[in-house]
Design a protein around this ligand. Structure first.
Ligand code: SF4
Ligand code: SF4
Length: 398
């Protein structure tokens, strides 16, 4: 069993309750949605201990406990003050054990991984559909800087992704793009525990990018960013890869700081910012997006409740959006409450999954709030797109 590797950590849990907090919605979105003690990080450590001691067995009854975790890492952050348990690594190991023991996982999780493997993207669409967002853009094959949007940005946010590339190109970046050769980064494999194809997938990707001369990847997706930055080296057992990866928020910060774009338009709106878990707590990128927003003329920036390491998940993490959509919706509705308390007109973020969840929450609540990537704010300020995209009732050309 994979959890054997984490035995010391599992036994280190002192049930201190830091990871849960006193209120149901205080820290862990999983317990906020499921209410069970077994839905908390410390509950999962007790389950893992029971399995290690042979008192419990993996079974379908445990699926919601193990696959209902948003992998938001709020508990891991809190556990830094306690036993320093890597709850995310243990949850991933439990998911892998599930699959290895042949116990059915939630069908949507299995489908996501199978779609990625079979069609190259999680939506089971054609390679042409996967690259349709790039229509009208010119790329420079072999430039060494690869723009890698990932599945969600490619399929669900075609217009946003097109705008983002126009911003980067206007700032002088010569971008390569894989076109119809782009495939999913592989995140669905480690989210679902279906790792049988992961090593070959990752090795093939690294070989393909090396042959193409890629030295740097720029991606707007925190999951893809973490895939190339952390999961690939870990799966291949290497310290470094032949390329580096940057998240677009870091690139936008560089663009602003070096004055690579003229920010000529004033944007007179109130903007707040949601920290995505995988770019915030996982990678500690908190300041780059804030610096970008604050540099744009006219914007009034307001912080919402629970930010940076304390941020509440958008509801989209860990595959829960697919596997337990009602839990996901409850969490995104709660996050929207934090947004509405600021009176912001624009909710900005830097993650396609967060944008999707929070946009759904906004639609459901019929709230006059527009959810945007910070690149879209930069695009308006630099005159690359019209300010009509700021309108809460704007319909993207997707
Ligand atoms: S914070 Fe860590 S040690 Fe404390 S109960 Fe949670 S998992 Fe256990
Ligand atoms: S990762 Fe997030 S959802 Fe999962 S147990 Fe920890 S706080 Fe709860």
């Amino acid at each position: 069993m994979r959890i054997d590797e984490y035995k010391d950590m599992i036994y280190a849990c002192g049930r201190c309750n830091f990871c849960r907090g006193q209120e149901f919605n205080e820290r862990c979105p999983e317990v906020f949605t499921q209410y069970w003690e077994s839905s908390t990080a410390r509950g999962r450590m007790a389950i893992a201990r029971g399995i290690l001691e042979g008192k419990l067995k993996y079974s379908e009854d445990l699926a919601e406990r193990i696959f209902g975790c948003f992998m938001c890492a709020r508990c891991r952050e809190e556990c830094k003050k306690a036993a320093q348990i890597d709850v995310i690594a243990i949850t991933k190991a439990m998911r892998e054990d599930f699959v290895e023991q042949g116990i059915p996982i939630p069908v949507e999780g299995a489908q996501m991984a199978d779609s990625a493997y079979e069609s190259g993207n999680i939506f089971q669409e054609s390679a042409k559909a996967h690259s349709a967002w790039a229509s009208g853009l010119q790329f420079e094959s072999g430039s060494g800087i690869l723009f890698y949007p990932g599945c969600l940005a490619s399929h669900r946010f075609k217009e946003k992704t097109n705008i983002l590339v126009r911003v980067l190109q206007a700032a002088g970046y010569k971008l390569d793009f894989l076109g119809d050769d782009q495939k999913c980064c592989g995140t669905p494999f480690w989210i679902s525990g279906k790792m049988e194809h992961a090593t070959k997938w990752v090795q093939d990707y690294v070989d393909m990018l090396s042959e193409r001369g890629v030295k740097e990847i720029i991606t707007p997706c925190p999951s893809c960013f973490r895939a190339f930055d952390e999961e690939y080296p870990s799966i291949l057992g290497v310290e470094t890869l032949p390329f580096k990866v940057k998240h677009t928020s870091e690139v936008l910060e560089e663009i602003i700081e070096r004055g690579k774009l003229e920010l000529k338009n004033s944007i007179d709106v109130v903007v707040t910012y949601h920290d995505p878990c995988e770019i915030g707590r996982y990678k500690e990128i908190y300041e780059s997006p804030r610096k970008v927003i604050k540099a744009l003329p006219g914007i009034k920036f307001v912080e919402m409740d629970r930010v940076r390491a304390d941020a509440f998940c958008c509801g989209g993490g860990g595959g829960v959006k697919l596997m337990f959509s009602e839990h996901s919706e409850k969490v995104s509705a709660e996050r929207l409450v934090h947004v509405q308390a600021t009176d912001a007109e624009i909710l900005s973020t830097i993650c396609p999954a967060c944008e999707m969840n929070l946009t759904h929450a906004v639609y459901k609540a019929d709230a006059p709030i527009r959810v945007l990537d910070i690149a879209e704010l930069v695009a308006v300020s630099a005159g690359i797109v019209d300010e009509e995209i700021l309108d809460p009732y704007y319909i993207p050309d997707d």
